[in-house]
Ligand binder design. Structure first.
Ligand SMILES: Cc1ncc(C[n+]2csc(CCOP(=O)(O)OP(=O)(O)O)c2C)c(N)n1
Ligand SMILES: [Mg+2]
Length: 317
């Protein structure tokens, strides 16, 4: 059995199990943070974080559960933030939308759509100037492309050849508005190809295939210091914010094909095809579920920060 296949499955399953646990307990109203779930899209962060490994400096949007867990494996800190407790990497001030743990490679998350794209241009430039082996990678949605600073970032990154990895998770939606209603063009990658940027596209939900594409991106960055734009199509299983499905809201249909080709299903089958015993897969899944549930319970039992910590670690102008 390939260790890559197993590692990817562990990341996929961890993200899914953590969010299923959130779904199980969110109704208690002790997690006071809005939830933008990764469910259905986990294959992208799993593949990116697996490929980048310790080289990855990850920047994300508010939809950052899977990127955070796949990059850091910090389930305990993750739930600390969900419950606003001192065991979170930001001592409870970040919540779901501002997960950040630079020591473990998850540099920053922002709820302001598109806001970290220019920051990553700077981080990539710094890496180039300092000659580090780090790769600055930013995850953003198709809605972030509607912001002017996305295009400014593409331009300056192409002009200055900042070796950033731009990862567009295109789920076709910004909240409830489809990209057809928002974008006056048909094919985003075709436009980005006019910049001096390497473009990679995929419609696959296979984490292992995406992993191969990220390796290609890393190769381009290492050999040419060129920015790379990855356009990856995906499907959001749940409502924009919240823990439920919303197919009765009327703005989209449930598309079964995305579930049939779901990354967890594909990767689990791959492990079986490679000869892994199903009993061992089930045991692994149970171990991850137990770890997740224990982390959630520990966070519940943890302390809130003291009142006098309110302004610590907070920056304002
Ligand atoms: C600058 C800015 N404008 C508007 C919003 C409100 N808003 C929050 S999420 C969102 C949609 C973003 O869609 P997309 O980038 O595709 O990400 P997805 O939620 O699909 O992952 C919008 C418009 C915001 N947070 N920031
Ligand atoms: Mg979107």
């Amino acid at each position: 059995m390939s260790s890559l296949s197993l590692d990817l499955y562990k990341k996929l399953f961890l993200s899914r199990a953590a969010e299923e646990c959130i779904m199980k307990y969110y109704h208690e109203d002790d997690m006071k943070t809005p939830m933008h779930m990764s469910m259905g899209q986990e294959f992208i962060p799993a593949a990116v974080c697996q490929a980048l490994g310790e080289r990855g400096q990850i920047f994300t949007s508010y939809r950052s559960h899977a990127p955070y867990l796949c990059r850091t494996d910090d389930v305990e800190g993750f739930f600390g933030e969900m419950y606003g407790k001192i065991s979170g990497p930001m001592r409870g001030k970040g919540g779901s939308m501002h997960l950040s743990n630079p020591d473990l490679g998850h540099m920053c998350a922002s709820a302001i759509v598109s806001s970290l794209i220019p920051v990553v241009v700077g981080a990539a430039w710094a890496n180039k100037m300092k000659n580090t082996d780090k790769i600055a990678a930013v995850f953003f949605g198709d809605g972030a492309v509607d912001e002017g600073c996305f295009w400014e970032s593409m331009n300056i990154s192409a002009l200055m050849q900042t070796p950033a990895l731009f990862i567009c998770e295109d789920n076709g939606l910004a909240v409830h508005t489809s990209k057809r209603q928002r974008q006056g063009y048909k094919n985003l990658p075709d436009i980005i190809r006019h910049f001096d940027v390497h473009v990679i596209t995929s419609k696959s939900t296979d984490a292992e295939e995406i992993h191969g594409l990220v390796k290609e991106a890393m190769d381009v960055i290492d050999k040419t210091q060129k920015p790379v734009f990855m356009h990856l199509e995906c499907y959001r299983y749940l409502e924009h914010v919240g823990v439920y499905e919303d197919f009765d809201a009327g703005y989209r249909e449930k598309e079964e094909s995305w579930y049939d080709s779901g990354a967890l299903r594909v990767q689990r089958q791959r492990l079986l095809d490679q000869g892994m015993d199903e009993k061992d897969i089930v045991q692994l899944e149970q171990e991850i579920e137990t770890r997740v549930e224990n982390a959630l319970m520990a966070a519940k039992a943890e302390k809130f920060p003291e009142d006098d910590e309110l302004y610590e670690g907070v920056f304002y102008g």
